[in-house]
Ligand binder design. Sequence first.
Ligand SMILES: Cc1cc2nc3c(=O)[nH]c(=O)nc-3n(C[C@H](O)[C@H](O)[C@H](O)COP(=O)(O)O)c2cc1C
Length: 418
Amino acid sequence: MTDLLSRPLKLPCGATLSNRLAKAPLTEGLADEHNRANEKLVRLYECWSEGGAGLLVSGNVHVDRRYLERPGNVAIDNNGGLEWIRAYAKAGTRAGNHFWMQINHPGRQGAVTRDGTFPAPSAISLNVPGRPEFVPRVMPEEEILDVIRRFAFVATTARECGFTGVQVHSAHGYLLSSFLSGLSNTRTDAWGGSLRNRARALLETVRAVRKAVGPDFPVSVKLNSSDFQKGGFTNEECLEVVRWLGEEKIDLLEITGGNYEQLPWLEDVKPSTQRREGYFLDYAKQIRTVATMPLMITGGMRTRGGMEEALRSGGMDVIGLGRPMCVDTDICKRLLAGDTDAAVSYEGALPVDPREIAAGATDDEAKALEMWTNLVWFFVQIWRIGEGQGPKADMTALEAYRIYRETEDRQTAMLAPL
Ligand SMILES: Cc1cc2nc3c(=O)[nH]c(=O)nc-3n(C[C@H](O)[C@H](O)[C@H](O)COP(=O)(O)O)c2cc1C
């Protein structure tokens, strides 16, 4: 029995997490053609609920079916299927753990658009080698306000359907995160310019969500400690935003970093480049000095010693695990019971040769593809669990990539018209 990891955590709203381990949000890509939940998500979350974590955070659930991060995202925008959202919530809480819904809008990082546009703070294209270039559509103010209302609507629905908390996704370059960055937000109105203005979309969203769910319901935010880009959201800016989030009385801040243009937790995949544990821990320790809310650190946390250290001397409150959960769904239970000392870093051993997929790729394209194939290997593991096949740890990256391409192309083609 590991005391530190097993200690319950009382949140500011009054709710209690039964231990310090969390499944980080992992996009599932399992929804149906109306972006509704289904039996596959139920199966997946039953499995994760039994896995021992005190907290599960869902993969990003979208506020608008027109703009998706992936074709198989769950969305909640009057598209029906609430009985499945209830079943999904029930599955994810079946072992008595917390299950929070992560709420998101992809902004310019969307992969699916049903109206031919991707709305964003400014008309600044995403710069990812090999990804088709498009210029995002600038959101008028009424659309920003509409998105904020949608976040609140999804949060209300989550609560009504049995989720035990919500998380606002404001990291990794998606819409709210792109508002924070001076690189992707060059607006000159009340939603851009000063940091206070760039943070307005996030802060008003959090305020609307809190108002919608009430004071006794966990509200969390996922935030970049930094974008790690010149001119992007910096660590100093993050510290200021964390102070403001403290005034909004949030219950848990999940700390991460990067965006599609610069994603440290995905780049750091080779054993030779693996540094010490916890990609964002140094940043998180600085955040601790200004944060009034509990903190969750996600990214590269793998050993029990490292996790305990982050809790003990790093001032963290919850440890988020992402990729290990895609294969070893019971890893939290085993860590808590003392049956194992570490989660496996599958990302460190994936054999990827991007030239097998794209022979003529430039070096930059090959690097981006290498990162992407590393990610989709985990997508495919999640699909397999949802479909009842179980994970397949010895799957090659190439095999996973082919399954991924074929499945997402089919899902995209099958999406129901609005
Ligand atoms: C398959 C996969 C799906 C992910 N989906 C999401 C998501 O929907 N929302 C989110 O905030 N982060 C998402 N992430 C990022 C994880 O939550 C986490 O920050 C990242 O995997 C680093 O943690 P790890 O080193 O423990 O994997 C995803 C990561 C992976 C590997």
